[in-house]
Write a protein that binds this ligand. Structure first.
Ligand code: HEC
Ligand code: HEC
Length: 308
């Protein structure tokens, strides 16, 4: 009886111990994969280009140290340092503050961010993805370099006015999956409208810089990109004649169906963003773009607004 009891206790202890290692092992795995996924998301979200200055990018120096020049019709923005540096980066932030920045467009101090930071798209990022981005950024090399002040003309330099801008142009909230559509389409919708924020360049804007959502992806002549083409499947003015493979090779290799190479600001989107995506994700993007309502629109291409 005693022996049986001892056996039972011992057995229970063993089971507990096994459960313990299993839990720990699983946790360590989840950790590792969150960091790995975060790295992938950093590319999918285009964070690298906007938060690393061009010279550093070219020299393959430490990423996310800021200083990137972003010219817009409202003035010049400088992508801030978002490495885990305690003074110059976000090293003292909590994950909740990071989440709030992406979801609500608000700094830990409560001030509003300019939509040059596309939180207007990122607001719909999943909790899991924000957590993974945070986990990966925490492992990156802190860069000892202060963020630069933006150079904006009046009245755009009055941050307080962003309260009104957000009130008119910013809708918070998650991306609801569409059960009537395929899993691939839904993944594409998330990659295009949330992570890849393709509409921030490819969707026309109103005079206040808000996106005209009804004209989604139909091209924008005046944007910071200095002319992003119509990528709806309209046969004459969009990419309606492209096959899924055409879309995938444009995003993977920067090669257009006519043999030309993608240029302008899209070069960087491809180099540090879409070329790093898996084929499954690129195909999901192609599926989503091909299913967009075709819109007739041919925005006149201007010279790029020029940066650096
Ligand atoms: C199109 C350019 C652009 C992209 C893409 C972009 N950002 Fe930013 N980000 C900015 C700008 C500009 C600011 C500064 C906004 C301001 O000062 O109001 C900013 C601010 C931030 C801040 C706040 C920094 C601070 O010091 O307060 C965080 C955090 C951040 N971005 C994270 C990210 C992450 C993560 C990604 C990728 C998922 C990303 N950003 C993609 C341009 C960009
Ligand atoms: C920073 C602005 C910007 C972002 C973000 C952006 N694009 Fe572009 N895109 C451009 C510009 C500018 C061009 C025109 C490039 C050129 O002149 O060759 C372009 C070209 C393209 C083309 C080629 C169209 C054609 O007719 O030649 C495709 C396809 C495309 N983008 C898809 C996307 C997708 C998908 C995303 C999101 C994952 C995206 N873009 C995000 C600015 C952007």
């Amino acid at each position: 009886m005693r022996l049986a009891l001892a056996g039972l206790v011992f057995g229970a202890a063993q089971i507990l111990a096994a459960a313990f290692t299993a839990a720990y092992g699983a946790e360590a795995l989840a950790e590792a994969s969150a960091v790995e996924r975060g790295k992938y998301l950093l590319h999918a979200g285009g964070c690298i280009g906007c938060h690393t200055d061009k010279a550093t990018l070219k020299a393959k120096g430490p990423m996310l140290g800021g200083g990137r020049v972003l010219k817009t019709p409202f003035g010049t923005f400088f992508g801030p340092n978002i490495t885990p540096h305690p003074e110059h980066g976000i090293g003292r932030w909590t994950e909740a503050q990071f989440r709030r920045a992406l979801r609500h467009g608000r700094a830990p101090s409560g001030r509003h961010y300019y939509p040059a930071f596309p939180y207007t798209s990122f607001t719909r990022m999943t909790d899991r993805d924000i957590g993974a981005l945070w986990a990966y950024i925490r492992t990156m090399k802190p860069v000892d370099r202060p963020s630069k002040r933006h150079e904006l003309a009046f009245p755009y330099n009055v941050r307080f006015l962003l309260t009104f801008w957000k009130w008119m142009n910013f809708r918070r909230g998650a991306l609801a999956p569409d059960p009537a559509k395929s899993k691939q389409w839904n993944r594409g919708a998330y990659l295009v409208t949330v992570l890849g924020h393709c509409g921030e360049c490819h969707t026309p804007r109103n005079s206040l810089g808000g996106l005209k959502r009804s004209l989604s992806m139909s091209g924008e002549a005046d944007g910071p990109a200095g002319g992003a083409p119509n990528i709806t499947p309209h046969k004459e003015t969009g990419i309606g004649k492209w096959s899924a493979e055409d879309i995938v090779s444009a995003l993977k290799l920067g090669m257009l169906p006519d043999g030309d190479f993608i240029g302008g600001e899209m070069t960087e989107v491809v180099e540090h963003g879409t070329s790093k995506l898996t084929d499954a994700d690129l195909n999901a993007i192609a599926t989503y773009l091909a299913a967009l309502p075709p819109i007739r629109s041919k925005p006149k291409k201007k010279k790029p607004a020029g940066d650096e």
